[in-house]
Design a protein around this ligand. Structure first.
Ligand code: SF4
Length: 343
């Protein structure tokens, strides 16, 4: 195991690189070029030998190692990625028409212990550093470039922070990663290309305004605290009333909606009273409900509803003028779908 002793160059903000250069008698104007060399594969010949040596001495440039890449029939690729300390997470590359989205993990394991989630069974091992999130993206993108056909429009995948971990529980590192993702000299993604998904970790949600602007998704799964608590135990600490108070404080971008993920489980949260309560909660909010039919995993006691039941539930919500989508499950044959990740 090659334990990293130097800080990662991928963990440095542009300003941090500028400061570093100045304190080492180098021009701060090299910082944008260094960023480009990291994120846009620009040629490094423009740096002097002294600069190259200095960067090599002071910083590490390793990306996580792809231990395995499994491709599902629908084109979804599930990677197992390993970091310098040997810890592993899963990262998923999801095709959607001609675009791709990379589902990133933000922690090794997760402390939220959601009962429907394979990851939740592990508990939290550690938070990921910003460069470990950026590294997952760069590796997935590289895989895509090396393995996809000729269409280059697929080469800038979107990001969802929806893999292993609760991103708002790892606030500072996620914030740093988002800043690099959005920096035009960094990953150069637009705010609408990134979605942060939370289980409703209230201390982080209350600080959402401190993050750069990105899309927000809440794992709702039930409009009733008692049912939601059986699925997402932190509901006991952070009830829906408080979560919605915090959500109402989030300043949305123009034409932005909050996405409410709704894992539909047979007989549990697909009743008429769920429809009525969802309408009460979301009818007057800028909301999109994203129904995700439950993906069974080994040992889970929940059942997936029939496709007729899923369609009927959606129709009832739409009849109440609630914007509702059914998310097509991707990668379920390789356990890469939502709630099925485990390292
Ligand atoms: S669903 Fe998300 S927040 Fe809940 S245990 Fe799994 S990874 Fe953590």
């Amino acid at each position: 195991m090659n334990l990293q002793t130097r800080p990662s160059l991928y963990a440095q903000s542009l300003d941090e690189i500028k400061d570093f250069l100045v304190t080492h008698d180098q021009s701060r104007h090299l910082a944008p070029l260094i960023y480009e060399s990291l994120y846009k594969k620009a040629c490094t010949q423009q740096f002097s030998e002294k600069t190259i040596k200095l960067l090599e001495e002071k910083f590490d440039r390793h990306l996580p190692e792809i231990v395995s890449a499994k491709k599902a029939e629908d084109g979804t690729v599930k990677f197992l990625m390993q970091f310098e300390d040997g810890k592993k997470v899963e990262t998923v590359l999801i095709p959607f028409f001609k675009r791709f989205t990379v589902c990133l993990s933000s922690q090794v394991g997760c402390a939220m212990k959601c009962s429907f989630c394979y990851t939740g069974t592990q508990g939290l091992t550690r938070h990921l550093k910003s460069h470990e999130m950026i590294g997952q993206y760069l590796q997935a993108k590289k895989y895509l470039e090396e393995n996809s056909a000729d269409d280059t429009s697929v080469m800038t995948p979107n990001i969802v922070l929806m893999g292993q971990g609760e991103p708002l529980h790892n606030f500072d590192e996620v914030k740093k990663a988002l800043e690099i993702m959005l920096n035009p000299l960094g990953l150069a993604l637009g705010p609408r290309q990134i979605t942060l998904s939370t289980a409703g970790f209230l201390p982080g949600l209350k600080r959402f305004h401190d993050l750069p602007k990105v899309n927000l998704a809440l794992s709702l799964h039930s409009p009733f605290n008692d049912v939601r608590k059986t699925l997402i135990p932190i509901t006991g600490q952070y009830p829906l009333e408080e979560i919605f108070n915090a959500l109402d404080e989030v300043k949305l971008m123009k034409r932005q909606f909050v996405t409410y993920e709704y894992l539909l489980i047979d007989g549990l949260n697909d009743r008429d009273e769920d429809v009525d309560e969802l309408y009460r909660l979301l009818g007057k909010r800028k909301a999109i409900i994203n129904i995700i039919p439950f993906n069974p995993f080994p040992g889970s006691s929940f059942k997936r509803p029939s496709s007729e039941k899923v369609d009927l539930f959606k129709e009832k919500l739409v009849a109440k003028n609630l914007r509702t989508l059914i998310r097509t499950t991707k990668g379920s044959d390789i356990l890469a779908a939502c709630g099925q990740l485990v390292s």
